[in-house]
Design a protein around this ligand. Structure first.
Ligand code: NAD
Length: 512
């Protein structure tokens, strides 16, 4: 199903200007000729902006480091007051921020609002966390001694983020890092500078209102070079980088070479197993959102469906029918469920993967065609695709960042789990089943090998309360909830001797 028309670039530019102004951004300050803010809705250019060169990135790191020296001794609950205020400001500006997410990432209204909600939620979480940065105490083996651990702020955290979650991933990192007493330098995707300017303006306002050190958050605009400068900075003890596995391969060794820490949140190739006992209404519903939602541009997008051979024809038939009903078009229109791909390159990669899939024996069951090319010649709208594959071939084992769902079949659960795990990535997974023993097997040590393993839920749409991230080529990082905060702090083990005597551990005797 197609929407008739798309918004005009001029109309989108005006909407973006209004949203930026309401969030407190003076765009004139950022005008330049280095990067172009554009919208995937029409593919049109919105604003020409400056980028930060190496010296500017260094200055941002210096300013953040200076602010860190004050911030690290500010009591954690007072640091939480900054995030509390920031969360309030996000709530007051939710509509404008969501406008910008739609403008730059092409997300439909409900998902754009949801992404901003995720920022608000992580702020709530971080405020609570500011009173719970717990260390443990352990019994000492020596009389009159106390053994404990203390968590201290780490330093400047470099946050590099991807276009597809232009604000939420930054907020996961930043809200937690700031209550942990760190300072943050953010290098957003060069495809989404406007959302970054808006969020930064609101955080700067919260910083000023709560009396936090002015430099505790810094924004640097630019492409990979600006990120690389941050990655190589010895004054940035932690790099949290979200993006493609290609980017992670460049970033990880460089951070490791200077003994920095990294949190890597890289590509996924997420699968769900559909067993014969699955509730098919629920399964098809969940799979359509997970595979076609966000036009297949989530790291957790469902890319492989591993279906028991006895129900495969039925499942494919129902999916094809549901895909035929998906409203595709301008994400600002309320009825739209599938917006545009981010740019032409993403469309080219989708076409290439579909051609490869067919060459590798696949059957295209639905979709793949470009849509709305007349209404938006520079916008790339596609009909989400379903391809039945005879085996898990090379193209299926790669992440193509577009709405392609490969369907594979299996005979027994061992085979399904083997297929599931036999890809280089390890982010998110799911099983649809009414059989508890199958569900438990999938969750067990010899089940799915991902960082996120769901039962009767699609692979996308995680809540902030859990730790988010994945294994293998997904990079191994964990962010957001649970105890992910520990990655943003340094642990000191403290032994205190109140006995008045020297007593050595392990009974060592060194007396003269
Ligand atoms: P990308 O790798 O092209 O860019 C991501 C960010 O890294 C951008 O800010 C970019 O400027 C920067 N960058 C690129 N090369 C760099 C380098 N050498 N040094 C420093 N910085 C560098 O990714 P993208 O196209 O923006 O996003 C899509 C990808 O991100 C997909 O692979 C998706 O799965 C992944 N992703 C993963 C997660 C996760 O949590 N695992 C979340 C969102 C997106």
């Amino acid at each position: 199903m197609l929407a008739a028309a798309v918004s005009s670039t001029d109309g989108i530019r005006t909407r973006a200007e209004t949203a930026l102004t309401r969030c407190g951004v003076d765009l004139a300050v950022f005008k330049g000729d280095a990067i172009t803010a554009r919208t995937p809705i029409t593919g049109g250019d919105l604003f020409a902006l400056r980028a930060d060169g190496p010296e500017a990135v260094d200055r941002a790191v210096e300013a953040a480091q200076a602010a860190f020296h004050d911030w690290r001794t500010t009591p954690a609950p007072l640091r939480g007051a900054l995030i509390k205020r920031f969360g309030e400001l996000l709530g007051e500006h939710q509509q404008y921020l969501a406008d910008l997410v739609t403008v730059e990432a092409g997300k439909i209204r409900s998902e754009a609002l949801g992404e901003v909600q995720e920022m608000i939620d992580i702020c709530d979480f971080a405020v609570g966390l500011s009173r719970q940065l717990y260390g443990r105490t352990m019994p000492s083996e020596r009389p009159g001694h106390r053994l404990m651990e203390t968590w201290h702020p780490l330093g400047v955290v470099g946050v590099i983020s991807a276009f597809n979650f232009p604000v939420a991933v930054w907020a996961w990192n930043t809200a937690v890092a700031l209550v942990c007493g760190d300072a943050v330098v953010w290098k957003p995707s060069e495809l989404t500078p406007l959302t970054a300017l808006a969020c930064t303006a609101l955080l700067d306002r919260a910083i000023a209102e709560t009396g936090a050190p002015a430099g505790v958050h810094q924004l640097v605009l630019g492409a990979a070079e600006a990120g690389a400068r941050l990655v190589d900075s010895p004054r940035v003890p932690l790099i949290s980088a979200t993006g493609s596995t290609r980017m992670g391969r460049e970033v990880a060794p460089r951070v490791a070479a200077r003994f920095g820490r990294s949190i890597l949140e890289l590509g996924g190739n997420n699968a769900a197993v559909v067993t014969p006992s699955a509730d098919l209404d629920l399964t098809v519903n969940a799979a359509v959102f997970a595979a076609a939602g966000t036009a297949g541009q989530r790291c957790t997008t469902l890319r492989r469906l591993i279906v028991h051979e006895s129900i495969a024809d039925t499942v494919v038939e129902r999916l094809v029918r549901a895909y035929g009903q998906l409203p595709i078009g301008d994400p600002f229109q309320d009825s739209t469920l599938v917006g545009p791909l981010v740019n032409e390159a993403a469309h080219t990669r989708m076409r290439e993967s579909l051609d490869r899939a067919v060459a590798e024996g696949g059957t295209l069951c639905a979709g793949g065609e470009r849509q709305l090319a007349e209404a938006a010649p520079d916008g790339y709208y596609v009909q989400p695709a379903i391809v039945r594959m005879p085996a898990q071939t090379a193209v299926v084992r790669e992440e193509t960042f577009a709405p392609i769902l490969y369907v594979l079949t299996y005979r027994d659960l061992d085979e399904a789990i083997r297929l599931h795990n036999d890809v280089p990535q390890g982010l998110s997974s799911g099983i649809f089943t009414a059989d508890q023993s199958e569900a438990e097997r999938f969750l067990a040590a010899d089940g799915a090998d991902c960082g996120i393993v769901n039962v009767n839920i699609g692979t996308s749409g995680a809540e902030i309360g859990g730790a988010f991230g994945g294994e293998k080529e997904t990079g191994g990082g964990r962010e957001s909830g649970s105890d992910s905060w520990r990655a943003y702090m340094r642990r000191a083990t403290n032994t205190v001797n109140y006995s008045g005597q020297v007593a050595l551990a392990q009974g060592v005797n060194f007396s003269q």
